[in-house]
Design a protein around this ligand. Structure first.
Ligand SMILES: Cc1cc2nc3c(=O)[nH]c(=O)nc-3n(C[C@H](O)[C@H](O)[C@H](O)COP(=O)(O)OP(=O)(O)OC[C@H]3O[C@@H](n4cnc5c(N)ncnc54)[C@H](O)[C@@H]3O)c2cc1C
Length: 362
């Protein structure tokens, strides 16, 4: 099995497939795995996302898969299940959150303004807040490193500086065209799994999926003195703030639909700091240690990923040679481990891919 792409999707797939006994070779186009959207991700694992705080797709299984994959890869420290606090942004949203807490008492609790201020004194919660158990903060680059290291222990190889630019299906297999600094080569494999994130735009065969991209920027912030030693959960309200294991805070994000490039900008920095300082006022003057930007890739009109044989192929079911796994949108942590865990069996039984995430031509 050849995997193209060493982001969250490729790393989860490489780990799960090699663990199930498959021979795995992962090719990453850049010099370092996790350099794409995964390197910009804030690492928030928010079970009740969106304005209405609804449970994400297959939430219980998704959280279970994230816990499972970190445990199996020996990377428990990369996921801190601290919980998520969602300060309401208005009285109207407070009403919506109160309802959400009533609908999901096993997952969330409504905190009125007084109770929220008492429990989270550093956080501005004038309209109250929704307290969500079960989510938290993941260190995405560290998780990718750990997954690839564990995949290597299961026999996988990982090569950087190797870009898949095309392929040809040949009798029972596929030959992937690969460009490296030293030249081009055709690599034969039983199957090719494309986990290329924004790299879809350079592969014409993925055009029928009509994937969309939204640029996002995140900042790594040094904790201002006023927040030093302060216990903080993940905050999601005016933007989000995700505590990192090294004590810094990752703050996000912008949502840029017509971006011309993927570099961080000063405008983005100001926007993010303006937003998150409404939740944590000392962040207005926080020192920015690093700014990253990436693209959230999604199928049109869906927040769910795309998995399965490349649409439009003529092979019989179960014999398709080229698969796609990606378009993880803005919640890869709650979808990639879940789908990767099922991948070893889905490869032989594609009819069992859940309809909601089946890769399809738009
Ligand atoms: C600003 C921002 C904040 C985010 N915050 C969160 C968050 O808090 N929580 C969350 O769950 N999700 C978050 N996400 C979403 C998350 O980052 C993505 O869902 C996930 O990381 C995407 O992983 P991926 O492997 O599909 O893509 P990528 O990480 O982009 O990986 C694709 C890889 O493929 C490589 N590649 C491309 N083309 C080729 C080729 N032809 N051959 C070989 N390799 C190739 C690229 O170099 C890259 O390394 C965020 C995204 C952004 C942009």
């Amino acid at each position: 099995m050849l995997i193209a792409g060493g982001g969250l999707a490729g790393a989860c797939a490489a780990f799960c497939l090699s663990r199930s006994g498959r021979s795995v070779r992962l090719l990453e186009a850049t010099g370092e795995p996790g350099a794409g959207a995964s390197g910009a991700a804030a690492g928030s694992v928010n079970p009740l996302m969106g304005r209405r705080a609804r449970p994400t797709w297959r939430l219980a299984d998704a959280l279970d898969a994230l816990r499972w994959i970190t445990r199996e890869a020996g990377a428990e420290a990369t996921f801190d299940e601290t919980g998520v606090l969602r300060p309401a942004r208005s009285r109207e949203q407070a009403g919506v959150f109160r309802e959400a807490a009533g609908e999901h008492p096993d997952r969330a609790r409504w905190l009125a303004p007084g109770a929220a201020a008492e429990r989270f004194s550093a956080v501005e919660t004038p309209h109250g807040a929704l307290w969500i158990e079960g989510g938290g903060a993941a260190d995405v680059p560290a998780l990718i490193d750990a997954l690839l290291e564990a995949a290597r222990r299961h026999g996988a190889t990982v090569e950087t500086g190797a870009r898949v630019t095309g392929w040809q299906e040949r009798g029972g297999g596929v030959a992937a065209r690969v460009e490296r600094a030293e030249g081009r080569a055709d690599l034969p494999a039983g199957r090719l799994l494309l986990c290329v994130g924004l790299g879809h735009a350079a592969l014409g065969a993925l055009a029928p999926l009509d994937l969309r991209a939204v640029k996002g920027q995140t900042l790594r912030l040094r904790r201002p003195p006023a927040l030093e030693g302060e216990w903080l959960p993940v905050l999601s309200g005016n933007g989000y703030v995700v505590p990192q294991p090294d004590g810094t805070l990752r703050a996000g994000s912008t949502y840029e639909h017509d971006a011309r490039h993927l570099r961080p900008t000063d405008e983005g920095r100001q926007y993010i700091l303006g937003n998150v300082s409404q939740m944590l006022p000392p962040l207005a003057e926080a020192e920015v240690l690093e700014a990253r930007a990436g693209a959230r890739v999604s199928p049109p009109g869906s927040p769910l990923p795309a998995l399965g044989p490349l649409p439009g192929g003529e092979a019989n079911a179960g014999e398709e040679r080229v698969w796609v796994f990606g378009a993880l949108g803005s919640r890869g942590l709650l979808t990639a481990p879940l789908l990767a865990r099922a991948l070893p069996s889905l490869l032989d039984a594609p009819a069992r891919i859940p309809e909601a995430v089946r890769a399809r031509a738009a």
